[in-house]
Design a protein around this ligand. Structure first.
Ligand code: URA
Ligand code: CA
Length: 434
């Protein structure tokens, strides 16, 4: 009979775990037969001894098999999903879903609400009056088959092993391990059912991975896992030292998404969307090369089809599609308060995560699951790193539903630096196709 203590000792001594040993651990831990203290001991052994490619793939699939797996087989075509390791003001999904669908690549998106600086993709979309994700599985499949894009709320019991293990790692100093992070993220994407996966791994102050080196290691690990278990996977490393785009807030980001789909969005958001979108189109079989895919995406932005796809998508799920012509239909904040620069110079840093917290203080995001989001509030950056600014010119506009925003203002001043000179950071650091 297999014993957990032997599995732990083997990994402690640098051994390679078999698929059976990994399954034994994951299955036993999920049903409660293996206690937390043994699981945390193994996690620590993995932290120090690492896992090879086989072990990483086996761990991922064991976690996938610990719960439900979404069956998207009734949707025609190659279903491509996108995952971002998380950033501030990351509006990419709102733009990418209709943009890629406009090229007839099916986007069957399962999404969540979650905690953070702003809401999740679903919260943001709910800023559009009437839009909802409470649709049946049949309706979801029908919409994607007909119009190539739909979003449904997280359903079912996906990767319970990951849920339990992640919570344990959080309190045992074992979060920061490449094999554990990579298998955790990939298990969730694989259980969600897509055939191919595009990953946006962020680096910088606002990101989970603070350095390029760490981000690249994680990206390569995830791409390898995906390809080893039969899901074609690509990744990019992108900058999150400052927030993406200008908008940080739910309705504000929907407005920014509409502008971007119209070809009038912020430069960085547009570039990121075209880069990730190109990978999705190639994986989805819509183009042979990234260059060809990019041209096609640019075409549907230029000819209005991407924006029309967004309208169809919103309308299909009960939303008022007129917002694409008239963004004033989105929830509006009562107060707009400028934050003027205190000196002349060049913006040299905008600390992404702290600016995200400023937005959360206004009510744009949740600190706990019970918090109610105010969809109208948030921040609009008026300057980005590398921009020149005159004393008195606005750095940020605060959209608030209360007059007293001193705390938010102070946080913004503390986290935007103005110097003599600075350059805009490079947005796309690396493109990983295998
Ligand atoms: N995000 C995840 O989903 N899992 C990890 O382990 C780390 C970050
Ligand atoms: Ca944004």
């Amino acid at each position: 009979m297999m014993r957990m203590v032997d599995v732990i000792a083997k990994k402690r001594d640098g051994g390679k775990l078999t698929a059976e040993e990994i399954k034994f651990f994951i299955q036993g831990y999920t049903r409660g037969a293996i206690p937390d203290y043994q699981a945390s001991s193994l996690a620590m052994a993995i932290y120090f001894q690492d896992m090879d490619d086989d072990e990483r793939a086996d761990l991922t699939m064991a976690m996938v098999e610990s719960g439900d797996q979404i069956d998207l087989s009734e949707i025609e075509g190659i279903k491509v999903d996108k995952h971002s390791t998380g950033g501030v003001g990351d509006t990419t999904t709102l733009v990418l879903a209709p943009l890629v669908a406009a090229l007839d690549i099916p986007v069957a998106k399962m999404s969540g609400r979650g905690l953070g600086h702003t809401g999740g993709t679903i919260d943001k979309l709910e800023a559009v009056e009437g839009f909802h994700v409470e649709i049946s599985d049949e309706e979801f499949v029908r919409l994607v088959n007909e119009d190539k894009v739909a979003v449904i709320g997280q359903t079912g019991n996906l990767t319970p092993a990951d849920k339990k293990l992640y919570a344990l790692r959080d309190v045992t100093g074992t979060v920061n391990s490449i094999p554990l992070i990579a298998s955790s993220i990939m298990s969730k994407k694989i259980a969600a059912g897509s055939d191919a996966i595009v990953l946006d791994v962020k680096t910088g102050a606002g990101a989970f991975m603070k350095t390029d080196e760490e981000a690249e290691k994680l990206a390569h690990a995830m791409v390898k896992i995906g390809n080893n278990v039969g899901r074609r996977t690509m990744a990019i490393i992108s900058d999150m030292s400052q927030p993406l785009g200008y908008a940080i807030g739910n309705a504000l980001e929907v407005k920014e998404a509409i502008e971007t789909l119209r070809g009038e969005g912020p430069e960085d958001l547009t570039e990121l969307v075209l880069t990730l979108g190109s990978q999705m189109v190639v994986l989805g079989g819509g183009a042979k090369t990234l260059e060809e895919a990019r041209e096609k995406l640019q075409d549907v932005i230029d000819n209005g089809q991407a924006l029309e796809k967004f309208r169809t998508f919103l309308t299909n799920q009960g939303g008022n599609g007129d917002v694409v012509d008239d963004v004033t239909l989105l929830p509006q904040a009562s107060y707009k308060i400028e934050v003027p620069a205190r000196q002349t110079g060049t913006v040299s840093s905008i600390v992404a995560d702290e600016i995200g917290i400023a937005s959360m203080l206004l009510g744009a995001g949740r600190a706990t699951k019970e918090d109610v989001i105010d969809l109208a509030v948030g921040l609009m950056l008026r300057k980005k790193v590398g921009d020149k600014v005159e004393e008195g010119e606005s750095l940020v506009t605060i959209y608030a539903n209360r007059e007293d925003v001193e705390e938010v203002k102070n946080k913004i001043y503390d986290n935007i630096e103005i110097s003599d000179a600075a350059q805009a950071p490079k947005l796309i650091h690396t493109i990983i196709t295998e």
